[in-house]
Design a binder for this molecule. Sequence first.
Ligand code: 0PR
Length: 385
Amino acid sequence: MEEKPVDKELILKELANFQSQDCKYSEGRILGSMCTEAHPFAKEVFCKFLDSNLGDPGLFKGTKSIEDKVINSIGKMFSLDNAYGNIVTGGTEANIMAIRAARNHAKKYKNISNGEIILPRSAHFSFKKAADMLNLKIVEANLDDNFKIDVNSVEEKISDKTVAIVGIAGTTELGLIDPIDKLSDIALENNIYLHVDAAFGGFSIPFLKRLGYKFPDFDFSLPGVCSMTVDPHKMGLAPIPAGGIIFRKEEYLDVMAINSPYLTVKKQSTIVGTRLGASTAATYAIMKYFGKEGYTKIARNLMDNTIFFKEELKKLGYKLIVEPELNLVSFNHPDMDTKQLANELESRNWRVSTSSCPVAIRVVLMNHIKKEHLKELLKDLKEIY
Ligand code: 0PR
């Protein structure tokens, strides 16, 4: 730190210089991000709540009421009338909370220690962090030929140490939805906690359903589902950091509550203590502002772009890994190595993401990728071909 205060203008100039090195969503070149530019109204609301601290809700009663309302309204999107949970920093924290609830619940009611969690190979790496922190063993369930969790493999891997099963509604690498309905049956039969990671798909699947897209049930309408991760800062267009964790019952929060004697509220279940209320207020505002109608329009537009892009790719001769279920297209060149294709695209100034299982180029069709960007991308892909 400098000894003497520095002039504001100088500081801003220096920061602008750093910021100019960042990629901008608006240029339409970021192909592999599940985040996008937040809506200006959400940003405006965010700035108004920068001092609010949901870690001490007795001091910020108003902002706490906003969190309760937003959790309730996300719960209703997923067929749950009385939802419990929090707006947290993102999908990672939401998944860690879910697994912590499952572990503590199994410890309390089934006396399981050194537990195991069963999840598909396609699960996000946040579960590895959760398992590491919570001292749990990951038991990987196989994928079927369509890269979805193989439910027979899940059944085979259940043991008396299993504390949770995880299914994904919108996988990170391929955007696929696991057969959550079947996982729910298995979870109920075996009395095991089921968590659904809909961090990515949560803000699109319900709206695509309204448009007539057919998906098997994946939410709290299935009695086996205990919790869901749904991220406003992905398809919800809320500013980062906004992840959502929704629990079916309050007892899942209670089993991880820690005493917080000198705070206005005597128990805390979140991982984070001092926590920003701004993203919660911004999420509330943007959900009201769009409404179901607004999100349905966005979902339709993104799926239109997805279909346009995958059809044009096929015409050019590229190979799709799977038919997309959500707004994510994954593909390869029939002969060229994925790494080489990625390099070719990078050299043409595209910010590319490569998936690992299977190895492929993945394009997440977020709001910042417009038709004109896709046309430019296809022009380059034609040239590379
Ligand atoms: N669950 C799923 C299904 C996810 O796809 C992700 C993140 C998470 C959980 C974790 O969410 P947070 O990153 O909010 O903690 N999926 C993207 C990924 O890891 C996140 C991302 C976003 C990556 C923007 C890059 C990027 O530019 O690929």
